[in-house]
Design a protein around this ligand. Structure first.
Ligand SMILES: [Zn+2]
Length: 554
């Protein structure tokens, strides 16, 4: 099939990046299965343990066009397995049908169907290793986005229990009253290390007394390092993470009612329960969550954050009794989605930040974190984490604009600044279009050695310590998830200025729900936007996307 005219610019870009090995692999596929010859393959070559190792080999993006054949009708799952087997050099997998892939989700889309698989070995998932197969309306495999990996050795058996791993890590991380969550991927996982594949226990934990320090932790389950922490990611997906200043004293137990489990909303209906000391705040949270979910329902047909009518549970006035000294910028002056506990948290506000429940862009930002958790489930660290933050900003801004037209919809959290931060003249927490204009809290508070600007507007401005060698921890904002998002924020804002909100949001929603992997980075995001665009939208829109990314060095 000859390339369509509208795909011309994407093709030339794609072909430049095809490495030699991939051409061989796809040539084999071409002769074996002519019907699969036009599949676009995106294989992330970084190890899925992205927190420890930088990508070693650049991503492969390849596209080969051929003729349609008359292969007998096979199931979509079978087509995917055969395609992987025929391209084993690309995917590093010999026989995917032989219990190496587990089909997790099938999604009907406006253009066909997507199948989402996770990689497994001896029945255990491989951390971060996934494959998404995109089929068109005729049942033809159209594109593959993959982070499958070739394991260096088979893992052994777990030598400590989940309870033992949890107890060791909770003690080491200094939780007084550790509370276990239910993350969707928690449990035994395989990670690739320099010493070969090994097992880790993954779990979500937070301080039980005050819901602080939510964290996803992986602990070695076997081998010489068993019981040691392999990775840790803060799950505090708060809006103001870029100015969180951590203080060890927040781990103290403080008697603090947080109205946990209060049902503010259930499927759009008010459900009051429990004791409400400040009903006004709960009413504001209710109204804003209602609008955020209405935006997703009316614009994309999405019923609640999980697409399946899940109840919305929120806690308001969190940290109202904290003193400023104990919680300078923590939960009290923040809003967050706590995925493993399936609840929204809105801080009571303080001298610097507040009004979270009234700020629709902030509430829709947190709501979008919940949507991401039910779809791409982007790992909350480094570039995938920054994409999580970017999408939260993007859909947060779009939802607010939907209900409250404003002169500059690219400003996030304009209602939330107080005190010194407000006096500094910053327009809000973030400026998506001009990231240099985002709130520079260090500078606003007159701190010595404040950075020139809070957010990079270009790849070249990303600080070295937030680059590929960064190891995620509580003190570096998971390698700058609230810092790096300035780059995709600007790219998409520029595209919106060119093509309008409706077309870009439609595209971004389809890429979020149908194409992104948990380990997708900025380049993979750009590639998926362009590929989805070229298959379904006018050339002008795709050109605007490409231009936006080019402007930020991608
Ligand atoms: Zn966020």
């Amino acid at each position: 099939m000859p390339p369509q005219q509208s795909r011309a610019s994407g093709d030339s870009m794609a072909f430049k990046k095809v490495p030699f090995t991939s051409i061989i692999a796809l040539s084999i596929a071409l002769s074996a299965h002519p019907a699969l010859a036009s599949v676009r393959v995106f294989q992330l070559k970084q190890p899925p343990t992205i927190l420890k190792s930088p990508p070693q080999i650049p991503q492969i993006l390849s596209r080969v066009f051929g003729l349609f054949g008359n292969a007998p009708k096979r199931s979509e799952e079978q087509i995917v397995y055969e395609f992987i087997a025929d391209n084993k050099l690309t995917f590093g997998m010999e026989n995917p049908g032989d219990q190496k892939l587990s089909l997790k989700k099938i999604r009907q889309t406006s253009r066909g169907k997507t199948l989402r698989f996770t990689q497994i070995e001896k029945g255990i998932p491989v951390s971060g290793a996934e494959l998404i197969a995109v089929f068109d309306a005729n049942g033809e495999l159209e594109a593959v986005n993959s982070s499958l990996i070739s394991l260096s050795s088979p893992p052994g058996a777990a030598e400590i229990t989940r309870e033992e791993a949890f107890a060791i890590a909770s003690r080491e991380l200094g939780y007084e009253n550790a509370e276990l969550g239910e993350g969707s991927k928690d449990g035994l996982q395989i990670v690739n290390t320099a010493d070969g594949a090994t097992l880790v226990w993954q779990f979500s934990v937070r301080e039980g007394a005050d819901a602080s320090r939510p964290m996803q932790v992986q602990v070695f389950a076997a081998g010489a390092k068993k019981g040691e922490i392999f990775s840790k990611i803060s799950l505090e997906s708060g809006i103001s993470g870029d100015i969180v200043i951590y203080d060890a004293s927040v781990t103290l137990i403080i008697p603090n009612p947080i109205y946990k489990g209060l049902k503010v909303l259930k499927n759009g209906k008010r459900r009051w329960a429990g004791l409400l000391k400040k009903p006004a705040e709960a009413k504001l949270a209710h109204a804003s969550l209602q609008k955020a979910s209405d935006y997703y329902l009316s614009t994309f047909g999405r019923d609640s954050f999980d697409g399946n009518g899940a109840s919305l549970i929120a806690s308001v006035n969190v940290g109202r009794k904290f003193s400023r000294l104990l919680d300078p910028f923590g939960m009290r002056q923040n809003a967050a989605w706590m995925g493993p506990w399936k609840m929204f948290i809105f801080g009571a506000g303080g001298s610097m930040l507040g009004n979270f429940t009234k700020a629709l862009d902030v509430v829709a930002h947190e709501y979008t974190h919940a949507v991401v958790g039910s779809t791409a489930d982007l790992t909350y660290a480094g570039q995938p984490g920054a994409l999580n933050e970017h999408l939260a900003d993007l859909f947060g801004a779009a939802a607010e604009r939907h209900f409250e037209p404003s002169a500059n919809p690219f400003i996030i959290g304009e209602k939330c600044l107080r005190g010194e931060l407000k006096k500094s003249g910053a327009p809000g927490l973030r400026d998506m279009l001009d990231p240099h204009n985002s709130l520079n809290a260090e500078r606003a508070l007159g701190r010595p050695n404040a950075p020139e600007f809070a957010q990079p507007a270009h790849m070249a401005e990303i600080p070295r310590e937030m680059g590929p060698d960064c190891v995620s921890n509580e003190g570096n904002d998971n390698c700058g998830v609230h810092l790096l998002n300035g780059v995709p924020n600007r790219a998409l804002s520029l595209a919106i200025l060119e093509s309008g909100w409706e077309s870009i949001m439609d595209l971004a929603y389809r890429v979020l729900t149908n194409r992104l992997l948990a380990s997708s980075d900025f380049e993979n995001y750009r590639d998926q936007l362009l590929d989805e665009c070229q298959a379904s939208m006018p050339n002008d829109t795709c050109e605007a996307i490409a231009q936006g990314f080019e402007s930020v060095g991608l």
